[in-house]
Design a protein around this ligand. Structure first.
Ligand code: KG4
Ligand code: ZN
Length: 346
């Protein structure tokens, strides 16, 4: 089954053609980083406008690279949320147009569920192990999810405030680094001492698997700029910045690793599957490898950040489980409970 996937939840416009959920024929990604970077973050209106400008070409290029035409496409899968509402609408309306004009069934896919799927995508079905723990670490989400099958999830923990990627971006901005800040924190941290500052992440008494990263961000601010915030970046040495980056990165990832460890005590977990842009981080991968003896699967680099291959891939399983055409019923949502059951037996 050839699935054409479309992703436009934030600042990447992407289209991919994937066969039977796993074989990627093309995965074209148009990133807006250069457009958004001068603003230090994503400006939603700019994101929507850029999606409109490039989406036709991105879809055209994806079909061409896959050596396909729309006549070869069996199903269209589009990210329906969570994401920026205007950005989502561009992808959804474009997908509806394609679906209507070529009479191809359209299915909506949850973006976070697709991040969870991205590590499963490069593994043969016979080697995928359930129940497993899914860990989404992205710019917008931080979630621990028990996965019992494709589409069968239980949310175990999530962030109560900032997402992990958002915290990296905000701390990087504080340290005078460009957007997106995650890779810059990782680079600075390589030169710093992770034990220089004892930063701590928030703990929720009644929700021990939930996360909180807003406090640690403020601790970095006061530690570097003084309690009265009287210092400016000019007063802070490169060494202090590197040490702050290393200590923040170490504290944030240690908290995640510790909560994964705790989540593993709640069921007979067979494997760990990671997803989301933050999972590109090498320090995180090394911490995880040093801590857990279970199989730990990370997506390949090109599937870590937002991309349509993961949307098309998951769309295959979602359509197989529930072959309905959502062309007229699909709606964009900024927030989405992605926990649920879309298995054939549901
Ligand atoms: O998954 P993604 O594209 O975002 C959402 O869907 O929300 O991930 C983007 C996030 C950004 O916050 C970015 O700073 C972070 O991933 N990121 C990293 C690294 N590379 C990207 N964070 C830490 N270390 C990295 N190497
Ligand atoms: Zn994402």
């Amino acid at each position: 089954m050839h699935i054409l996937g479309i992703e436009s939840t934030c600042d990447e416009t992407s289209c991919a053609i994937v066969v039977d959920g796993k074989k990627i024929l093309s995965n074209v990604i148009n990133s807006q980083i250069d457009i958004q970077a001068p603003y230090g973050g994503v400006v939603p209106e700019l994101a929507s406008r850029h999606h409109i400008e490039v989406i036709s070409k991105v879809v055209h290029d994806a079909l061409e690279q896959a050596d396909c035409t729309l006549d070869d496409i069996d199903v269209i899968a589009v990210a329906k949320g969570p994401g920026l509402i205007g950005a989502l609408l561009v992808g959804i309306h474009y997908a509806q147009g394609l679906s209507w004009s070529k009479n191809i069934p359209l299915i909506g896919v949850n973006h976070i569920e697709a991040h969870l799927y991205s590590a499963l995508m490069s593994i043969e079905d016979s080697e995928v192990q359930f129940p497993s723990l899914g860990v989404v670490l992205s710019g917008g989400h931080t979630s621990l999810v028990r996965i019992d099958d494709y589409g069968v999830y239980t949310l175990l923990g999530q962030t109560q405030d900032d997402a992990i990627g958002e915290a990296f971006d905000k701390v990087a901005k504080m340290l005078g680094q460009p957007y997106p800040g995650g890779p810059h924190i990782e680079r600075l941290a390589k030169e710093g001492n992770p034990n220089s500052y004892a930063f701590r992440c928030g703990q929720m008494k009644n929700a021990p698997l939930d996360f909180s990263f807003s406090g640690i961000k403020t601790s970095v601010l006061y530690k570097l700029f003084g309690n009265d915030l009287s210092k400016t970046l000019k007063d802070i040495s490169d060494g202090e910045i590197q040490n702050a980056a290393a200590s923040f990165q170490h504290a944030a990832f240690s908290d995640i690793v510790q909560k994964i460890d705790r989540a593993l005590t709640t069921f007979d977990c067979q494997a760990l599957y990671f997803g989301g842009g933050v999972t590109q981080n090498r320090y995180l991968r090394d911490l995880v490898a040093g801590k857990f003896s279970l199989p730990c699967h990370f997506p390949p680099k090109e599937l870590c950040l937002d991309n349509a291959a993961m949307i098309a891939g998951l769309g295959y399983y979602a359509y197989k489980a529930n072959p309905i055409d959502e062309m007229l019923s699909i709606t964009a949502k900024t927030r989405f409970p992605f926990v649920g059951n879309t298995s054939p037996t549901a």
